[in-house]
Design a protein around this ligand. Structure first.
Ligand SMILES: Cc1cc2nc3c(=O)[nH]c(=O)nc-3n(C[C@H](O)[C@H](O)[C@H](O)COP(=O)(O)OP(=O)(O)OC[C@H]3O[C@@H](n4cnc5c(N)ncnc54)[C@H](O)[C@@H]3O)c2cc1C
Length: 247
């Protein structure tokens, strides 16, 4: 349990209690990364018989943005799907097109998931994050993980940004690239390369056939891909893997 107070010197005090122990941590600033909920208050949702999610936001089909009331569409952060600008923009186009063309609605383009956090080092996620990989693939043997540490990565060392780690996920048997998570230098750029590969449904061997310049941080990505590649048993499909839905 924690309680946050501002003390007389203007510093932040975090008072914590954990398993019978208690303490106070004092800091200059507090960064509260607690997320945000869609603002759908006071728009009269209570007057509609519309299906809501656990946050009280209308549920919508991700490809059409249609809610449970067929002629009502929702878009952007208000939809409580992926609160990112490019996603809001895509959703707005889909919802607008479908509202205009209703009742002849159609599926719109949803791109490969891509998220970047502009911290130092940066954090990025592409495709399926590990928790979703585990949900999607019931048997961990159906997934192969490749890794690289940026600690000893050439260009990162030269630029004194050699902190971080990357994990790349692929489907066993097919080698399909299904996702990646990275905390490290130039993560925003690595994530874009990976997102394009993901949307193109590339396999790890196909990605390794692409050019890599020297000396660049992308060589770190290549190391992670080579690591996955060395663990892939291409063409081999376990009976259990055949039951996995694929990415
Ligand atoms: C601090 C912060 C940093 C972010 N950084 C990034 C980032 O780096 N990259 C990224 O992709 N995304 C980022 N986002 C998310 C991005 O800003 C949102 O996903 C995007 O703005 C959503 O667009 P939207 O049109 O759905 O909603 P908004 O941009 O929030 O627009 C909604 C508009 O509706 C208005 N409104 C609300 N209620 C009513 C009402 N009842 N009547 C009339 N008008 C109303 C609001 O005033 C607002 O102008 C960030 C968000 C925050 C808060």
């Amino acid at each position: 349990k924690t309680e946050v107070k501002l003390n007389q010197e203007g510093k932040v005090e975090v008072h914590w209690v954990c398993g019978g122990e208690r303490g106070v941590y004092t800091a200059d600033y507090l960064l509260a990364a607690i997320g945000r909920r869609p603002n759908v208050d006071k728009i009269g949702l209570e007057n509609l018989n519309i299906e809501l999610d656990e946050r009280g936001v209308p549920k919508a089909h991700p490809l059409t943005m249609q809610t449970s009331i067929p002629h009502i569409f929702i878009a952007g952060d208000a939809s409580n799907q992926l609160p990112l600008l490019h996603e809001a923009s895509d959703q707005g186009k889909i919802a607008g097109d479908n509202a205009g063309l209703y009742p002849n609605i159609a599926n719109g383009l949803r791109r490969s998931p891509l998220g970047v956090v502009f911290t130092n080092p940066q954090i990025a996620i592409v495709g399926l994050r590990y928790a979703r990989v585990l949900e999607r693939y019931k048997n961990p043997e159906c997934v192969v993980i490749g890794e690289v540490s940026f600690h000893n990565q050439g260009r990162s060392r030269v630029m004194l940004v050699n902190k971080g780690h990357m994990r790349v996920y692929a489907e066993q048997g097919t080698g399909l690239f299904i996702g990646a998570e990275v905390v490290g230098p130039a993560a925003e750029h690595l994530a874009h390369l990976l997102a394009w590969a993901h949307q193109q449904k590339m396999t790890v061997p196909q990605m390794l056939d692409m050019p890599f310049y020297h000396p660049v941080i992308e060589e770190g990505l290549r190391t992670a891909l080579r690591d996955v590649n060395s663990k892939l048993k291409l063409g081999e499909v376990h009976t259990e893997c055949a039951e996995c839905p694929g990415a």
